[in-house]
Design a protein around this ligand. Structure first.
Ligand code: NAD
Length: 375
């Protein structure tokens, strides 16, 4: 029997994205599956129901109780998980570390869940990498937020009223979001500096036309990620970075270490050395923030007039493209498990499925989550 794939209108507060866009519904139906959507699923991402030509429509409870695979952006709620049929598959940003009650419910209901955050970051899985697609949107949007909050031009301008100096932008953390932020700030004409603890980023930063800030600290960790810094390394980093922070009009901070609270890199004292009117956009706000005074979802104005902006769900503020990219990531992930007759055949020897699985057959399969939840 061909499988039924369901997508709901997201119910998490502030979530504007949708897990299936019309183009991807067409691809899933062409692959022999049936797709069922909740009315209004794509409305907040500018995909009104009328644009979906191939999908069918059903209520949220009908989708949850009938679908073989439920695609979601945010984690399903406990009430939604309770309606799933045992053996169903759920795929989304399941935020295992923060949503332990939901993980337990997925385990107990014998749901096979895949968390897109866990998809291995190998070359073959790049087209499925939802962390990257969404981080790239966040890096871009953060620079636009900085530009619109600055009371300055970003580019250098030569005008009849004289020459305007370009803004100085500093990007901290040159991963996927940081590199996109560098490229965006450069396109807007800012003079850009960037910094990361991973040594491989030096060349990447330079290739985008930005200057790499040398701090003498390098902290390459496992799997191409950064490791946490020692207190001595932190002090050395801080000394070198503080003067670059003070010189910047706009700081975009994107630093994170997998599975941990974001490192605090911009101290309150460093903010107080910045010029009034300068802006910090802290993409790491939801993970605790890279700036000591960041508050997620708020703009804090420091005593010396620096705006510290802690945006939440930046990809959701570009919901159209964010949904498009995310839905394509989901299709690329699931397609290899759909056979010629539209049935689901998961190859558990495939490192992508084996790596991304969170719960299956009544057990928590992701080791770090299992330890956190079950001790
Ligand atoms: P991330 O979101 O985990 O972190 C963002 C950046 O912050 C990283 O570059 C990290 O090095 C940096 N950082 C951490 N602590 C810092 C500190 N104290 N000071 C300054 N910077 C700090 O990272 P990400 O963007 O998800 O990417 C991490 C890695 O994964 C990169 O090596 C990237 O190239 C790799 N990657 C590989 C693939 C693939 O091959 N499929 C896809 C995406 C990313």
């Amino acid at each position: 029997m061909p499988i039924t794939i369901g997508a709901l209108r997201e119910s998490a507060p502030g979530e504007t994205r949708v897990s299936l866009v019309p183009e991807v519904v067409d691809k899933f139906t062409a692959a022999g599956t049936r797709v069922v959507l909740e009315s209004g699923a794509g409305v907040r991402a500018q995909f009104p129901d009328g644009l979906y030509k191939k999908g069918e429509w059903a209520s949220s409870s009908a989708i949850l109780s009938q679908a073989d695979v439920v695609l979601t952006v945010a984690p399903l709620s406990l009430e939604q998980i309770a309606q799933l049929r045992p053996g169903a598959v759920v795929i989304g940003f399941l935020q295992a570390h923060a949503r332990q009650a939901e993980v337990k419910a997925l385990r107990d209901r014998k749901i096979t869940s895949f968390s897109v955050e866990l998809i291995p970051r190998i070359s073959r899985a790049q087209s499925m990498d939802a962390l990257s697609s969404q981080a790239s949107l966040a890096g871009y949007k953060a620079v636009l937020i900085a530009a619109s909050n600055l009371e300055k031009f970003m580019p250098m301008l030569t005008t009849a009223a004289g020459t305007i100096r370009p803004s100085q932008a500093l990007i901290i953390g040159a991963g996927v979001a940081g590199l996109q932020a560098i490229a965006t700030a450069r396109r807007l004409g800012a003079v850009v500096e960037a910094y990361d603890v991973r040594s491989a980023t030096r060349e990447q930063v330079k290739s985008l036309g930005a200057k790499f800030v040398e701090t003498g600290v390098s902290a390459d960790g496992a799997g191409g990620y950064a490791r946490e810094l020692t207190p001595e390394e932190k002090a050395k980093q801080q000394e070198a970075l503080d003067s670059r922070i003070a010189a910047a009009d706009a700081v975009i901070s994107t630093a994170s270490v997998p599975g941990r609270k974001a490192p605090v890199i911009i101290s309150k004292a460093a903010v107080e050395r910045m010029r009034p009117g300068s802006v910090i956009v802290d993409i790491a706000a939801e993970q605790g923030g890279n700036c000591e005074i960041t508050k997620a979802g708020e703009t804090v104005i420091s005593a010396n007039g620096v705006k510290v902006i802690g945006p939440v769900n930046l990809p959701g503020s570009l919901a159209y493209n964010a949904s498009e990219m995310y839905a394509r990531n989901l299709f690329n992930f699931l397609k290899p498990a759909i056979d010629k007759s539209g049935e689901l055949k998961i190859d558990w020897n495939d490192e992508v499925f084996a790596g991304a699985v969170l719960t299956h057959d009544g057990a928590i399969k992701h080791e770090a989550t299992r330890k956190a939840v079950e001790g």
